[in-house]
Write a new protein. Sequence first.
Length: 285
Amino acid sequence: MRPVRFVALGDSLTEGVGDPVGGKWRGWAALLAGELGDRPAHLTNLAVSGAQTRDVLETQLPAALALRPDLVSVLVGVNDTLRRTFDIHAVAARLDEVYAACTAQGAVVLTACLPDPGAMLGLPGALARPLARRQRAVNTVVHALSARHGAVHLHAAEGAWLTDRAMWSADRLHPGERGHRQLALRFHALLARTGLAGGVGPSPEPEFPAPTRTERLRWLATAGTGWVACRCTDLLPQLLRLAADEMRHHARGTSSRLDLRTAHAVSAALAALSSGEPWAEPEAA
């Protein structure tokens, strides 16, 4: 019996950050691949920490298509929201192209709405709200395009697992082993409903003990500090401007205008795809 060819695309979430095994990251995709049922699965994980939708489209997708996959996961977009170059039109167009290319080869596509990074980090309201607005925009696009392309879509942006500290790693942005297992289990349940997976699925219980407080602090002082420094040099100046704009609108009682502006941008991005309007990739900053 030929193994299921499973290719995982995306960023650090799919790379497996937060779930270390044997000196490497494992993650939800590997956990899912090991429990798809009677038919064996071969996973190729092309996800890279820090990847944006542009990276998935231009680098990861061609490599994935060359493998002629049966199953492709595409979880990406959070890093786009953390950049000053964020453009929901560009995000929508790239994701539409990625989904379409995979389904054109006959692959089943897995997608997910993802949590808001500002809330996960516990940022103050004026800083958190702009990021939340961006992530809602990305999630709306992913939800709509998943329906359009017949993807198997997971709502991972809501639920009790978001507030369960045991699900998350030291950085508060990436799931720990228990969180990765939860994602794998929920994807398995969705695939089982469509007849694409069998068995009971991955166990929700961790295989390894949770990191100690010392280990968590060590991570934050090394890799975690590097992650924050990298993001701050790119995002912080714009985020401060967004926060100032947020506070001005809040003081005037016109915060709803920001939500409407985002909603209109999302609608316009999806309408452009539906109408087949030409779209040009923005130049990299």
